[in-house]
Design a protein around this ligand. Structure first.
Ligand SMILES: NC(=O)C1=CN([C@@H]2O[C@H](COP(=O)(O)OP(=O)(O)OC[C@H]3O[C@@H](n4cnc5c(N)ncnc54)[C@H](O)[C@@H]3O)[C@@H](O)[C@H]2O)C=CC1
Ligand SMILES: O=C(O)C1=N[C@H](C(=O)O)C[C@H](O)C1
Length: 257
């Protein structure tokens, strides 16, 4: 069996470090290169290319997995457009330009973009879509909770869940999303979908989508209790993506949900 050579982008980060550890025990995949801006603060097998040259980093791998920051992901996408390779992108908080770049890249190489690599959240998105359509008239409110180090808000997952909820009602999320309430703002409007962010401690990730009506409410919740859920999910996605044609894929495609 051939081993898929994996390049890790964001290697010294919380998820990047786990990817490197998990790769040691993943059949059919091996770490081939890591991109660093300065130097790595941990030991790594000497066979792995550790480089600050993006071109060499991409060239040394069969697939690239990215968990970094939006501006770093942008630089990766720009380079990958010159040297196409299958890309698994987990970075959240991408702006419109960066999302367009991602779409452009997916015309040249297979790209799997997922704001959450867990099986549970992939299913949750399906359930939210279904509930949103079925529970006509229920108010939709989303709350996400993450660790104190998280930089983007609301989380990418919460925004994807909000998209699923809006799509279930044929609403344009940009027109109905509310991201905070303060002061004398008046009563809640019928279609608004609120997405609220809480930050504290070491919470790995918790998302609750509530559907509230007079006399009853339903709350759908997913809680990640280990960050390995994301690293292992990204490796599963990478293995699946490695032989695909160029295109933009979702985690649901990979999980056949
Ligand atoms: N899709 C998913 O399932 C998940 C996505 N995430 C997202 O992944 C991203 C990373 O999360 P964490 O590992 O917690 O963050 P982190 O802050 O621990 O790691 C970020 C990494 O990016 C690197 N980096 C920063 N700026 C860079 C630049 N200009 N060039 C190259 N590398 C650069 C840092 O050196 C570090 O290795 C975030 O956007 C987060 O929201 C996190 C967990 C799960
Ligand atoms: O930054 C994190 O930690 C996480 N980010 C992702 C997001 O923004 O949705 C996924 C997960 O919730 C953890």
């Amino acid at each position: 069996m051939t081993t898929i050579k994996v390049g890790v982008f964001g290697a010294s980060g919380r998820v990047g470090k786990l990817l490197i550890e998990d790769l040691k025990n993943t059949q059919g995949m091996g770490l081939s290169s890591v991109y660093v801006r300065n130097s790595l603060d941990f030991a790594i097998d000497p066979s792995v290319l550790v480089t600050s040259d993006m071109h060499s980093f991409i060239g040394a791998s069969d697939i690239i997995i990215d968990f970094s920051l939006p501006e770093a992901c942008e630089a990766l996408l720009e380079e990958a457009i010159k040297t196409p390779k299958p890309l698994v992108i987990g970075t959240t908080g991408l702006n419109t330009h960066q999302l367009n770049l991602l779409k452009q890249a997916s015309e040249l190489m297979p790209v799997l973009y997922a704001t959450n690599m867990s099986l549970g959240v992939a299913l949750l998105n399906k359930l939210v879509h279904q509930a949103s359509a079925a529970l006509e008239g229920f108010d939709i409110e989303i709350v996400e909770m993450h660790h104190r180090h998280k930089k983007d808000a609301p989380s990418g997952t919460a925004l994807t869940l909000a998209e699923s909820a809006a799509n279930g009602r044929n609403l344009d999320l940009d027109k109905v999303r509310v991201s905070g309430r303060d002061g004398n703002i008046g009563e809640r409007t019928k279609d608004e979908i609120a997405v609220m962010a809480l930050r504290g401690g070491d919470i790995v990730g918790r998302h609750t989508v509530g559907f509230y009506n007079d006399g009853e409410f339903i709350e759908l919740n997913h809680t990640a209790t280990s960050r390995n859920t994301f690293s292992k999910g990204a490796l599963r996605a990478g293995k699946w993506l490695s032989d695909k044609e160029p295109g933009l894929y979702s985690i649901s495609d990979c999980l056949e949900l």
